[in-house]
Design a binder for this molecule. Structure first.
Ligand code: SF4
Length: 287
């Protein structure tokens, strides 16, 4: 069985092949996280929890939701690991951003009865081809059945930028999820792709024609073929370089001193692992 792809795996290759190489081929663990990603994860966790309670018929009050967010922040925040990339922006700004996203979402959707929730943070795994050679996976923030019968694929976004409709109409991620879910809900079931730009309190949606999904399957398979055939991975400066967890070791950004330090650290780790293995082997021989 070949590699299972995801939208983020494909995007990483498209944005910067070198980042893709660091992350998915060399599998270099990430030791830091941008504050924006940290806030996004907390907001997702709280919304998931909120809908679990809604499903039980126990809708918490908005202040309870915000309290839970604040506690989760305290439990999860690690100043050593979470980076504020935009210099001069205080931590409190991001903490309040998450709170405002949740408050706005809650007040807009209360009492959460506009659709029946069918899944929360649901993993989908599906083939793009009939032979099952090209497989995709993803985690869907929320799946619901709307009053008009459409299956809705929801995605929460905490970023400030709301893309224009023409970009959303070509969005790959949620359309791929539709391909995965149509195996479960039926090819003829109407679907709606829904983005919640919670920082702006805006909801955007889009639908796909069957031929657009066929074309998406084909272009995604082509992209996977291109990735699998790649032997070199060029570094490509992008707007998000400052958020890249590999910037320190990137050939376009790293200083010779940093590269030498990383090389020495990695050598020390490899030597320690070799010593530990030798000791394990010796102990086994004694048994
Ligand atoms: S810092 Fe930029 S150029 Fe370097 S690997 Fe990351 S995304 Fe690519």
């Amino acid at each position: 069985m070949g590699t299972i792809y995801s939208h983020s795996r494909l995007s990483s290759f498209e944005n910067c092949p070198k980042q893709f190489e660091f992350r998915y081929i060399q599998k270099i663990p990430s030791t830091s996280e941008g504050i924006e990603a940290f806030v996004g994860k907390r907001v997702h966790e709280i919304l998931e929890r909120l809908y679990v309670f809604v499903g039980r018929g126990q809708i918490p009050g908005v202040e309870k939701v915000i309290d839970r967010y604040q506690k989760l922040w305290e439990e999860s925040y690690d100043a050593e690991r979470v980076r504020i990339v935009r210099e001069g922006t205080p931590l409190s700004y991001y903490r309040e951003l998450g709170e405002n996203c949740l408050r706005g979402y809650y007040l807009r959707h209360y009492p959460f009865d506009d659709a029946e929730t069918l899944g929360l943070e649901r993993r989908v795994l599906f083939p793009l081809d009939s032979a099952g050679k090209y497989r995709m996976q993803g985690i869907i923030d929320r799946i619901s059945r709307a009053r008009d019968g459409a299956i809705e694929v929801h995605d929460y976004k905490t970023g400030a930028r709301v893309p224009p409709q023409r970009i959303l109409d070509q969005d790959r991620q949620l359309a791929l999820y539709q391909i995965g879910l149509s195996r479960e809900y039926g090819e003829d079931t109407p679907f709606r792709l829904v983005w919640h730009y919670v920082a702006k309190n805006r909801i955007c949606s889009s639908t796909r024609e069957p031929e657009e999904l066929v074309s998406l399957r084909e272009t995604t398979i082509q992209r996977i073929d291109e990735i699998e055939a790649a032997t070199t991975f060029e570094a490509r400066k992008i707007a998000l370089c400052n958020w890249c967890e590999y910037k320190e070791r990137c050939p376009l950004h790293a200083t010779p001193e940093t590269l030498a330090r990383l090389e020495a650290e990695e050598k020390a780790v490899a030597e320690a692992a070799a010593l530990a293995k030798a000791e394990d082997d010796r102990q086994l021989d004694l048994l």
